[in-house]
Design a protein around this ligand. Structure first.
Ligand code: ZN
Length: 248
């Protein structure tokens, strides 16, 4: 078991270095370790029986990881509540990484299910990791208004100049994999159906200012929330501001 512990430590070091440089796809040799079936089972069991289960010693650590995200929001979709922990590299294929903290990401159940047993084949495949990919400061999430009855939004990514080609492809892949355009689009549609009634009660000349204020407040809190992109897009669209909001 001691030799195994050393293997876990080495695997953890390699994971951290590779996660930082979008090189998780180069860790495939770890899949064959340990070779002994009983050892592999033991390592995965360490996670399911000693960490994820109530009343066991690792449960505190598990709960700590789960709560280490602002407002309990899933960092993979940025919208739903954290309900579980996702393994960035799947524990079944990479037993040495089953309890390595850097490989454990708080997630909602939907994102956890979407990700399943998948793993990156090339750098561009590596989904965004909240501990290693700090991309929250610059705005990259935007939306555009479809001027129809009722108006709806389409969300997309505009990569900031600081992103390199790999990070851009990774972010686009992440956005696609977790179905974020559709998730944000339907959330925005719901919010806009309520917003319509608020805006109808406002003096028409104040609608633009109201939307701009909302957008600025949200952008200060976080520039890449779907609600930030939504209010920005609405405030900047003169068709919507000049009465498009009321058409349904
Ligand atoms: Zn999620």
């Amino acid at each position: 078991m001691e030799a195994l512990e050393e293997d876990v430590t080495n695997a953890a070091d390699r994971f951290e270095a590779a996660a930082t440089t979008a090189a998780l796809h180069t860790l495939t040799d770890l899949k064959t370790k340990p070779s002994d079936r009983a050892d592999r089972d033991e390592l995965t069991k360490n996670y399911t029986q000693r960490m994820a289960r109530k009343g066991t010693p690792g449960k505190d650590e598990y709960d700590k990881i789960k709560s280490a995200t602002p407002f309990g929001r899933c960092p993979l979709c940025g919208h739903r509540d954290v309900e579980t922990i996702d393994h960035q590299l799947p524990k079944k294929a990479y037993p040495l990484l089953a309890v390595v903290p850097a490989n454990l990401v708080p997630a909602c159940r939907s994102c956890n299910t979407v990700k399943g047993e998948s793993e990156p084949k090339i750098a561009e495949d590596q989904t965004l990791h909240p501990y290693f990919d700090d991309i929250g400061k610059e705005q990259w999430l935007f939306a555009t208004v479809h001027e129809v009855a009722p108006a709806f939004l389409e969300f997309f990514i505009v990569p900031p100049p600081a992103w390199d080609n790999v990070l851009t492809k990774r972010a686009l892949g992440h956005f696609h994999k977790f179905g974020l355009a559709s998730l944000y689009g339907s959330q925005a549609a719901q919010e806009m159906s309520g917003l319509r009634h608020i805006l109808k009660r406002k003096v028409p000349s104040t609608v633009g200012e109201y939307l701009r204020d909302e957008a600025m407040g949200l952008a200060e809190a976080s520039p890449n929330l779907w609600r930030t992109a939504m209010y920005q897009a609405l405030a900047e669209n003169s068709w919507y501001v000049d009465g498009g909001f009321a058409i349904d």
